[in-house]
Design a protein around this ligand. Structure first.
Ligand SMILES: [Zn+2]
Length: 332
């Protein structure tokens, strides 16, 4: 039996069709091969290969050795060196490719993936992301900061060395703009943040909860688009990593570490996208934390999206979130 579930956050329907798991297939899984990295010796993210990356923006060191560093993306989609401006080309609209595009090299160790990280690795990671988010916010030409990690070829990664990316944009993408309007409307009507209500309901519903600590809750959302999708949401009124205290960062490290350990035990070296959601710069003020909640989403890329998704923007998910949460929960 299949059913549609409505996501109150995205206001979109997902079609849950577990039966489709049983489809026959004559396509065999090919092992992930990274195009950018045929020879390991050439990996520019390794310790000792710093000369192969553009000028370093920042680093965290321990005993004189870097543990985590940020560099401009060598193959940048956006550049900070061009003027930020929109223009017209007859009927068509264009905007200069102004923006920041940075790479967070999460570890000097080529072999270490996020599920191998210890507490300190996570602390370095989130600390350096916070530092970049704070610094880029000072430039008022930026309206939005996108922070994400792609792991595996099916998630769009071209390098296996553990890394994330940061993109700062001169305007808000349409999806984000609509999301902000909607969250503000919800707050005006209910005097509560939409995400806080979703967390409250998920905690009541129980079935999708994987774990929680004093500050964060980890769950598989009721209307997840992706099989085994998970969210880590702040229980406190935090709207951006820029507001995090040491205690907040520490609690985030604990729950993220716990999640990735479960992820690896449940799914192995599965491709995934991780998105770290902060309130947009353009909308940021002392009221933002009332309606916008900080969260992280992890979307495993087990199944491919195809024609139906492209046409309807409605996803077919073959894994019910309560079943995924149970599998995560039971993996120790
Ligand atoms: Zn490497």
């Amino acid at each position: 039996m299949s059913d549609f579930r409505y996501c109150k956050l995205t206001r979109e329907w997902t079609l849950f069709a577990p039966e489709r798991l049983k489809r026959p297939s004559d396509l065999h899984n090919k092992k992930d091969v990274y195009l950018g990295e045929i020879i390991h010796e050439k990996c520019p993210f390794d310790m000792g290969k710093e000369e192969f990356t553009p000028n370093e923006i920042t680093r965290i060191s321990q005993d004189g050795k870097w543990q985590c560093r940020v560099v401009p993306n060598l193959y940048n989609a956006l550049s900070i060196d061009v003027q930020s401006k929109s223009s017209r080309e007859s009927f068509f609209e264009t905007y200069s490719g102004f923006g920041a595009h940075e790479v967070v090299i999460e570890t000097p160790n080529h072999e270490k993936q996020i599920w191998d990280f210890d507490y300190n690795d996570f602390l370095n990671y989130f600390t350096i992301i916070k530092e970049r988010a704070v610094n880029l916010q000072k430039d008022d030409r930026f309206a939005y900061l996108s922070v994400f990690k792609n792991y595996g070829k099916d998630a769009g990664a071209s390098m296996s060395h553990s890394h994330s990316q940061i993109m700062a944009l001169p305007f808000l993408p349409k999806k984000i703009k609509e999301e902000i309007v909607y969250k503000k409307e919800y707050f005006n009507e209910h005097k509560r943040a939409l995400m806080d209500d979703i967390v409250y309901e998920e905690l009541n519903y129980q079935k999708n909860i994987i774990s929680q600590n004093s500050e964060f809750v980890l769950f598989c959302p009721y209307a997840s688009k992706f099989a085994f999708e998970a969210k880590i949401v702040s229980k406190k009124k935090l709207s951006s990593i820029t507001e995090f205290s040491k205690t907040d960062l520490s609690a985030l490290c604990d729950i993220t570490k716990e999640f990735f350990s479960k992820f690896h035990k449940s799914l192995g070296e599965m491709s995934f996208n991780m998105i770290i959601k902060n309130a947009p710069y353009e909308e940021y003020n002392d009221k933002t934390k009332e309606y916008f909640r900080f969260y992280i989403e992890i979307k495993p890329r087990i199944y491919k999206q195809a024609g139906f998704e492209l046409d309807s923007n409605m996803y077919i998910n073959v894994m019910l979130p309560e079943d995924a949460a149970k599998i995560y929960k039971e993996s120790k």
